[in-house]
Design a protein around this ligand. Sequence first.
Ligand code: SAM
Ligand code: SF4
Length: 354
Amino acid sequence: MSIRDTMNPVARRLPLAGGRPAAGATASGVQDRFGRTINYLRVSLTDMCNLRCVYCMPADMKFRPPAELMQDAELLRLIELFGALGFRKIRYTGGEPTLRDNLPGLVCRVAQFPGIEAQAMTTNGLLLDQLAAPLKEAGLQRVNISIDSLDPQKFRRMTRWGNLRDVLAGIQAAERVGFEIKLNAVVVRGFNDQADAVELARLTREHDWQVRYIEIMPFGGIHEFQRGHIVSEDELRATIGSALGPLELQDDGKLDGEARIFRLRGARGTLGFISSVTKPFCAGCNRARLTADGKLRLCLLRDKEVDLLTPLRAGAAAPDLEALIRANIWDKPWGHGLEQNQFATNRTMSEIGG
Ligand code: SAM
Ligand code: SF4
């Protein structure tokens, strides 16, 4: 069976890719059947992590053998293909992306690919103290650093063994070398939904940072825990507002990526709310995901994936790989099914990258 046989009828009528940009791709991305333009790729560099956050993975998480993961040359080849298809922004994630060997070298190579305009990374920050400078020099433009609490004990409870001091050192290093700072906090009922969330928001009074609160999303194996610990954006805003005063909506509520932005009166920084569960933003989704084992994942919260690494290793030509990507993006699911109690079951969050 050829790759063309696996395509839906509409995609099959499109010519196979040949030049740059690839056929069927617009200069700014690939269309799906709902008219969305997909031009943002989140790339998981490894499924491994140096933490075990309670909302992300089970304590006894098993990682994939290295042979199953994309090697540097494979990863670079696929990112280059996505660039040719009109993808403009890459975000590195994991697992923990800073565990990937030679990360600055990879970033430096990707910076040279035609079409790729922005490279960003989401990290737990533990290794940023050492890596912030080389990554900035290599061409990384933005970092989001995950930090769920400013209380060392609570931070340890949420990450199962993390040391808050390491993350704070990472944030300082990122700021020192000139990265714009965004902090991510997953809000978990009974863990960090009260004083911790408020203290994180307070940081924005003095710092020109964005603190982003993420509603916990349920996945497969640990979805019972995750579902039982969701805190809605509305509830969280009320908690922060009653402690620190009114939150003023910014940009008329226009989303910054997936976050709705607010500001405490007089604050230098902003607060972002990523409310995938209670206020889904699927209509504006522009993302696709590449897992560390080379699967193209079409929606974070749906199991649907297509294997790119196996055809790549079997010697598939660029136009065939591009056609495979294009055809599957065309069929990207509309959105998640959390309201219908449908969960993604085939991976934990750490195996996709958020
Ligand atoms: N290890 C890196 C980190 O923690 O920033 C990158 C990978 S992590 C999977 C990416 C983002 O997903 C982090 O901001 C993390 O807090 C968030 N995350 C993990 N599990 C989640 C869940 N169940 N629901 C919502 N966000 C989650
Ligand atoms: Fe690791 Fe990030 Fe998941 Fe925490 S959220 S366990 S740091 S991958």
